[in-house]
Write a protein that binds this ligand. Structure first.
Ligand SMILES: *Cc1c(COP(=O)(O)O)cnc(C)c1O
Length: 375
C-alpha cells in the first residue's frame, strides 16, 4: 500500500460551478462566484472585508503595499515559515528581522518578538503554523504600543480560532491560501482580509490595477480611472467557482480532517510521549487539522524515520529550511541572532500523510509503522 503525503480533495461540484461561470459569459475577476466566496467568508467569520486574490503570496504583497512599506522599514517575521511570508515585504524594500519559534510549538515566540522591536519596525507578521494560532494578544499589545501593523499569515489557518475569535479577524490584515496543499483549495488561490476600515477603499483599488473600477461597478463613480499604484491581484471567476464548491463543503471537510487528526493522535501520543515531540494546541488556540507532525530528537533520527517510512511505502516530509539560514537572508539580512527553536523544527520536524481521503486503515498503518520505528 502506497500512502502519499497529500492528495487534493474534490467535492464533486467544482466542474458544475465552473460550467456555470463559463455559461454566464463573465469569467474575469469579481464575477458571481467571487461574490459568493466573499459573502461566505463575511457571514461565516464576520470578516469585514474580504478580497479573493490569485494566491496567498499575492494577498501578502497587497498587505505590504497597504502598509506602505518603504526601503529600510523593518518587518519582524518567524524564521520557520514559507518564503512568501517575508518576500512580499522584501519586494517593497523591507529589512527582515527573524523571530524564533516557541519551545513547545513552531509558532513565533511573542517574548522574542518584543525584544526585536526598534523604532524602524513597521510590521509584525504572525504565521499560524499548522493552523494553530500565534499567541496574538501580546503581539497586538506590542503593536498598539509601538504603532506597528500586524499581518496574519493565515495561509494554513482557515476555520481556526484564537480565544474564540476566528484567525484572520485579528490583525490589521490577514492572508489566506487556497493552494492545493491547504484544507480548502482552488489549485492556486488566496484571499486578503482587511480588518482596519481605514484601508477598505485603498485595498480594492490596489487589487484592481490602481483603478477605482470596483466603485465604478457599484455606480459610485461615473467613469473609472487610474487613482493609485496597484497591480492585478484578482483571480478569474473560474478559480472562484472551484473554490465555492469547496467552501460549501467546508464543515464536511473539517469534520473529516479532525477525525483523521484525532486518530493519529490517539495512536501515537501514548507510545511516543517520551520519545518524540507531538503537536501541541495551546489553551488559547483551536486545531483546524491542517497537519499532523512529529518532532524527532535529531536530524539523523528524522532522516532515518523518513527513510524507514519510505521503505514501507509511506511518504513523510520535512518542512521549512529556516529563512535566517537561507542564502538570500545570509547575504541580505546578516545577523548574529541565534534562533535555536527554528533550527530545531527545521532539522527535526516531520509531517505525516494528511488528506481528506486518507482511510482509517491507512492512518492505522502509518501509526503502526511510526510506533515500530520509535520502539
Ligand atoms: C502555503 C503558504 C503560503 C503561500 O500560499 P500561496 O497561496 O501558495 O501563495 C504562505 N505562507 C504560508 C505559511 C503557507 O503555508
Amino acid at each position: 500500500m502506497e500512502i502519499g503525503f497529500n492528495k487534493p480533495y474534490l467535492t464533486g461540484n467544482e466542474l458544475n460551478y465552473i460550467a456555470q461561470a463559463v455559461a454566464s459569459e463573465k469569467i474575469s475577476g469579481d464575477g458571481l462566484f467571487t461574490h459568493r466566496c466573499h459573502e461566505f467568508f463575511r457571514e461565516r467569520y464576520g470578516f469585514p472585508q474580504v478580497l479573493l486574490t490569485t494566491s496567498c503570496t499575492d494577498a501578502l504583497e497587497l498587505a505590504a503595499l497597504l502598509c506602505d512599506i518603504k526601503a529600510g522599514d523593518e518587518v519582524i517575521a518567524p524564521s520557520f515559515t514559507f518564503v512568501s511570508t517575508v518576500n512580499a515585504f522584501v519586494l517593497r524594500g523591507a529589512r527582515i528581522v527573524f523571530a524564533d519559534s516557541c519551545k513547545d510549538h513552531p509558532c513565533m515566540d511573542a517574548a522574542h518578538v518584543a525584544a526585536l522591536i526598534t523604532p524602524k519596525t513597521k510590521v509584525i507578521v504572525a504565521v499560524h503554523y499548522a493552523g494553530v494560532a500565534v499567541d496574538l494578544d501580546p503581539i497586538k499589545e506590542l503593536a498598539e504600543r509601538h504603532g506597528i501593523f500586524v499581518v496574519e499569515d493565515a495561509a494554513q489557518a482557515v476555520d481556526s480560532y484564537y480565544r474564540g475569535r476566528p484567525l484572520g479577524s485579528i490583525g490589521h490584515f490577514a492572508a489566506f491560501s487556497f493552494h492545493e496543499t491547504k484544507n480548502v483549495i482552488a489549485g492556486e488561490g488566496g484571499m486578503l482580509v482587511v480588518n482596519d476600515a481605514r484601508f477598505a477603499g485603498r485595498a480594492e483599488i490596489l487589487r484592481e490595477k490602481g483603478t477605482n473600477r470596483s466603485a465604478f461597478f457599484r455606480g459610485q463613480v461615473d467613469k473609472y480611472t487610474w487613482v493609485d499604484v496597484g497591480s492585478s491581484f484578482l483571480p478569474s471567476d473560474v478559480t472562484a467557482a472551484f473554490l465555492y464548491a469547496q467552501l460549501e463543503n467546508l464543515s464536511f471537510i473539517q469534520t473529516k480532517r479532525l477525525a483523521i487528526w484525532r486518530r493519529y493522535d490517539r495512536g501515537l501520543r501514548p507510545q511516543l510521549t517520551d520519545r518524540a515531540g507531538l503537536p501541541t494546541v495551546p489553551a488559547y488556540a483551536t486545531n483546524n487539522a491542517h497537519m499532523y507532525y512529529l518532532v524527532c530528537q535529531s536530524l539523523e533520527q528524522r532522516t532515518e524515520l523518513i527513510r524507514f517510512l519510505k521503505s514501507r511505502g509511506i511518504q513523510a516530509v520535512f518542512h521549512y529550511v529556516p529563512l535566517h539560514r537561507s542564502p538570500f537572508a545570509t547575504s541580505h539580512f546578516p545577523t548574529n541572532n541565534v534562533l535555536p527553536q527554528a533550527d530545531r523544527y527545521s532539522d527535526c520536524l516531520v509531517r505525516l500523510p494528511f488528506y481528506f481521503e486518507l482511510t482509517d486503515d491507512q492512518v492505522d498503518t502509518v501509526v503502526d509503522e511510526v510506533n515500530r520505528f520509535f520502539a
